[in-house]
Design a protein around this ligand. Structure first.
Ligand SMILES: [Zn+2]
Ligand SMILES: [Zn+2]
Length: 367
């Protein structure tokens, strides 16, 4: 089963910062506890951009990026019973072992023994081994994944939208629902209204937040976020967001502030925007792993303020992805408007150009 390689097209990065090349590569697998998936769609996420620019250590070319996938199960290896060939699946990006203390505790996103694709399920080009990003490589026609990230979803959810459940939606909505556990009637500020920020906004709406204030330097992004539940927008290029948030909340500040930018300055603004007893949740990923240092005033914390970070939205894939899919089918979660751009795999470099250009909503590669 693992012996004969499958030839497929994939977007390969051969040199940091260079355009991706659509190349034919060989994929082997699946081995035991692995699933071979025919990719139908993969979102274009900022994390991929960090990898393509060579900004993250440990992601060395030649490499295939893409971690926000969805597709159809093509074949399962021994030991896989939760999906069968033909099933539509969302592909997460954090695998879990099911055995470590975090998995046992119901927090597989913290798993310390994440299974990787087995060496026998390699990707190669003429004998040259090709790396995967985040241990996954969804900018390709097929992928072999550890079974824990292949999550079956109802066939009624279109896969170009379902793909976003894997990263942007799980991270953004999860930061609100799982990490912060926002209560109905509370006040929320969202710094950064990009792909993840929009989902923080709709997570806050799902939780029944009374006020959802967006902060961004893109006026069109703030306008776009209104259809996800934003109640007020603050253009940080024109106004001090801290003063604006206090104005909008009668001087109190907000109960929750989400930092979806990945910047020290913005984290400081988020803290200064909090009401007493409020919580800052860091959601944004910095470009360089250790570059962003936090230097924050100590006194605000004595107002019983909290600072925390949300990793992958505290997402338990097997529990949360089907729930998010049901919320979409029930009209309570907006995915249709979230996808504003669709590209063929051959146009993937344009997709990244548009991502850098800061257009609202998300781009998706459709295969
Ligand atoms: Zn992502
Ligand atoms: Zn584990």
């Amino acid at each position: 089963m693992t012996g004969i390689p499958r030839v497929m097209k994939a977007a390969v990065l051969y040199e940091p910062g260079a355009p991706l090349i659509i190349d034919e590569v060989e994929l082997r697998g699946p081995a035991s506890d692995e699933v071979l998936v025919r990719i139908a769609a993969c979102g274009v996420c900022h994390s991929d951009l960090h990898i393509i620019r060579g900004e993250w250590a440990g992601f060395e070319p030649p490499i295939i990026a893409g971690h926000e996938g969805a597709g159809f199960v093509e074949q399962v290896g021994p030991g896989v019973t939760h999906v069968s060939p033909g099933d539509p699946v969302v592909l997460g990006w954090k695998s879990s072992c099911g055995e470590c203390r975090y998995c046992v505790d119901g927090r597989p996103y913290l798993c310390v023994d994440s299974p990787r694709p087995k060496p026998s399920s390699s990707i190669s080009k003429g004998g040259l081994l090709i790396n995967r990003s985040f241990i996954f490589a969804y900018f390709a026609e097929y992928a072999v994944v550890p079974k824990s990230v292949a999550i079956p979803i109802p066939k009624e959810v279109p896969l170009d939208r379902a793909a976003l459940l894997s990263c942007a939606v799980a991270t953004g909505v999860g930061a609100v629902v799982n990490t912060a556990q926002v209560r109905p009637g509370s006040t929320v500020a969202v710094f950064g209204c990009g792909g993840v920020g929009l989902n923080v906004v709709q997570g806050a709406a799902l939780c029944g937040a009374a006020q959802i204030i967006g902060v961004d330097i893109g006026v069109d992004k703030l306008e776009f976020a209104r259809r996800f539940g934003l109640t007020a927008g603050v253009n940080a290029a024109e106004r001090d967001p801290v003063a604006a948030i206090h104005d909008l909340t009668g001087g109190a500040g907000v109960d929750y502030a989400f930092e979806a930018v990945g910047s020290e300055k913005v984290a400081g603004q988020a803290l200064q925007s909090l009401a007493r007893g409020g919580t800052v949740v860091i959601v944004g990923m910095p470009g360089f792993r250790d570059e962003v240092q936090l230097s924050l005033p100590l006194m605000p914390f004595f107002g019983d303020r909290w600072l925390t970070a949300s990793y992958y939205g505290g997402t338990n894939l097997r529990r949360d992805i089907p729930r998010l899919a049901q919320l979409y089918l029930g009209g309570k979660l907006e995915l249709d408007a979230l996808v504003t751009r669709r590209y063929a795999l051959a146009d993937i470099n344009q997709a990244f150009t548009d991502l850098v250009g800061g257009e609202p909503g998300r781009g998706v590669i459709v295969l």
